[in-house]
Design a protein around this ligand. Structure first.
Ligand code: 3PG
Length: 402
């Protein structure tokens, strides 16, 4: 897929560039922590490039899901502060994301200066892709650059509508996302191994089906495994699993390539997520007594790590999305960190490794090996939808017909 890129622009001097970024990162007590700012870091080189070219950069992002209301904890001030620290330059925080005052503030910027708008999702028009909101937003720039791959699966005003009003381009980060994921989609070298975990079970069941057709092995972990175990009559205790997930797992069990799906041989369980009660349960030894009612599955076990390592070691293409356990708690982080290290170590060599999703990126950052992976996608849902073969609404307006 070919996209219109920034390279087509000969002069940006004095132009206001409306830069749609995806700075949807965790904010804790009004701060973005250093191991969770990866989505901001990834856009820094683009902003530097625009500044160097003399552009006036107006950064627009959403944060959280405030559903059209102004919510104090979702204000973009902590993002502007973190961006300013990373750029070693001031970032002007604009109090609104549209309107006359915001427009004046963008016009008052000097060449090479940077501003950040208030959360786009404080306005209902953003998610509704409202034409009036798109038009109002477009008044804040002379050129639009999309660097928000993580939001390209949303047909929002700042992703789709705005492109009807401004000359629109894909930023270098967006281009690198599309190139890396297209390589996996179009010509994955075999053995192709997919590792999937995380908690958005109902979101991922569809892509698992797709991956069972495209890949050689799909290794599962995290809360994704619970519906499969439940469908096999295991007691999964308090591990999250909705009726919808259970139904989807039953459907997948009828998939012609279901044999490619690998479930853990052993898991770590605990009572009320209390690390002091952690114990390994071997499914081959205790097939129907996986958990008691008050326990939950919190990590993959050591035998599973060894088995998954075997698949990863021989893979030529690896895609990873989602942690394999409750990795925020050290006792339940071993599976995720071990598999993350292995994937990173195999990448940039004979294996092409791609990882994506907010929690996956944080886990990789904690291994200290995030730079070793060939491509760390800033997309979670967007990456999965792309790999499912969907044309993302945000990419469509930037496409050049081939
Ligand atoms: C993400 O974090 O995946 C993107 O920022 C999109 O957020 P959303 O799922 O709230 O639309």
């Amino acid at each position: 897929m070919k996209l219109r890129t920034l390279d087509e622009l000969t002069s940006l001097k004095g132009k206001r560039v409306l830069l749609r970024a995806d700075f949807n990162v965790p904010v804790t007590r009004g701060k973005v922590s250093a191991d969770e700012d990866w989505r901001i870091r990834k856009v820094v080189p683009t902003i530097e490039r625009l500044r160097k070219a003399g552009a006036r950069v107006v950064v627009a992002t959403h944060l959280g899901r405030p559903e059209g209301k102004k919510v104090a904890s979702f204000k973009t001030d902590p993002l502007a502060k973190r961006l300013s620290e990373l750029l070693h330059a001031p970032v002007v925080k604009i109090a609104d994301c549209v309107g006359e005052a915001a427009e004046d503030a963008t016009r008052a910027l000097g060449n090479g200066h940077v501003a950040m708008l208030e959360n786009l999702r404080f306005k209902k028009g953003e998610e509704a892709n409202d034409p009036a909101f798109s038009e109002a937003l477009s008044r804040l720039g002379d050129v639009f650059v999309n660097e928000a791959f993580g939001t390209c699966h949303r047909a929002a005003a700042s992703i789709v509508g705005v492109t009807r009003h401004l000359p629109s381009y894909a930023g270098p980060l967006l281009v690198s996302e599309v190139e890396a994921l297209s390589r996996v989609m179009d010509a994955p070298e075999s053995p192709y191994v997919v590792v999937m975990g995380g908690s958005k079970v109902s979101d991922k069941i569809g892509i698992i089906s797709q991956m069972l057709s495209a890949a050689d092995r799909v290794l599962l972990g995290g809360a994704l495994i619970a519906p499969f175990f439940k469908a096999q009559s295991h007691c999964i205790g308090l591990t999250p699993c909705t009726d919808e997930d259970l139904e989807a797992a039953r459907e997948l069990m009828k998939h012609p390539y279901y044999k490619k799906l690998i479930l853990p041989h052993d898991v770590v369980i605990a009572d009320s997520k209390d690390p002091r009660t952690a114990q390994v349960v071997d499914l081959q030894e205790e097939p129907f007594d996986l958990c008691r009612d008050h326990e939950s599955i919190l990590d993959i076990g050591p035998k599973t790590i060894t088995a998954y390592a075997g698949y990863i070691r021989t893979a030529k293409t690896i895609v990873w999305n989602g942690p394999l356990g409750l990795f925020e708690v050290p006792k339940f982080s071993h599976g995720t960190l071990a598999i993350g290290r292995l994937i990173a170590a195999r990448s940039k060599g004979k294996t092409f490794g791609v990882a994506g999703g907010g929690e996956t990126a944080v886990a990789l950052t904690r291994t200290g090996l995030a730079d070793c992976i060939d491509h760390l996608s800033t997309g979670g849902g967007a990456m999965l939808e792309f790999l499912e073969g969907a044309m993302l609404p945000g990419l469509q307006p930037l496409r050049i017909d081939e």
